[in-house]
Design a protein around this ligand. Structure first.
Ligand SMILES: Cc1cc2nc3c(=O)[nH]c(=O)nc-3n(C[C@H](O)[C@H](O)[C@H](O)COP(=O)(O)O)c2cc1C
Length: 238
């Protein structure tokens, strides 16, 4: 490699790194979208790219259901109804530790406070908070709504693999100027999701996924959550 090649290679990797950092730092959960659709070809291409994620033994776990039109309305209606009736939630898989240790509860509260603070929903404003929560079941009005499922025989490692694929999908979206939000709340009533969408009983409902163009004027889209400092979660042992 001569000096020119080396300079070109270094420039290329510097711009790749900058692009990666911009994507990683720019992605955030978006909870209000513009009424502007995303072409099918884009979603298909983004899924293809996301599927380049590594997975144990290359099992590539996880399926996606794209919901539109009447099916989407039916699903939202049934989930909102169940939620308003106070139907007990019975996810197919356990997400959070129960009980939640205090250190985690603080992180959860900080993320919730960032969101509710941004939309001006005070702690005692139960109605505003309930309304915001119900927007989960409307996919935050995103133009593209997906449900993510996984074969229920899969072990915890396969959920990790699927998570990598989902993050790849979110970054593929961000690279195209699209915004996204994963929605665990959509796994609260898995029986309803399976029934309304005709999802096979062998599939566990993992989460929902909203994709579209962020509404830049929405206060909830201005939320930027914090992260732990590296020394807090990286231990060096020699
Ligand atoms: C699998 C998964 C499920 C999530 N479920 C929800 C949800 O149900 N409702 C919601 O408003 N945000 C949900 N989120 C978004 C998280 O709250 C968000 O990722 C976290 O607070 C960090 O913020 P950021 O994505 O803006 O960086 C979910 C994120 C992930 C990865």
């Amino acid at each position: 490699m001569d000096a020119t090649d080396l300079a070109t290679a270094q420039t290329a990797s510097a711009s790749t790194m900058q692009a990666w950092q911009a994507l990683a730092e720019g992605r955030c959960s978006t909870r209000r979208f513009l009424d502007r659709s995303v072409p099918y070809e884009w979603i298909a291409q983004m899924l293809k790219e996301a599927r380049r994620a590594p997975s144990g033994a290359n099992l590539q776990p996880g399926e996606f259901v794209w919901i539109e039109g009447a099916a989407r309305l039916r699903l939202t209606h049934r989930l909102v109804e169940a939620h308003r009736r106070g139907e007990p939630q019975n996810e197919d898989y356990s997400y959070f530790p129960d009980p939640m240790p205090m250190v985690l509860r603080r992180r959860q509260a900080a993320a919730a406070q960032a969101l509710y603070g941004a939309i001006g929903a005070a702690r005692e404003d139960v109605e505003a908070r309930r309304e915001q929560f119900e927007r989960n079941f409307r996919f935050f009005d995103a133009p593209t709504a997906l449900i993510v499922t996984i074969d229920s025989r899969m072990g915890s490692g396969c959920y990790m693999d699927l998570g990598m694929c989902l993050y790849g999908f979110m970054l593929a979206a961000a690279a195209r100027g699209l915004a996204s939000c994963a929605i665990g709340a959509l796994a609260s009533y898995p029986g309803i999701v399976r029934e309304v969408l005709g999802v096979d009983a062998s599939q566990s409902i993992v989460c929902g996924l909203s994709i579209g163009y962020a509404d830049p004027s929405a206060p909830e889209n201005k939320v930027r959550t914090l992260r732990r400092d590296v020394p807090d979660f990286l231990q060096v042992v020699q």
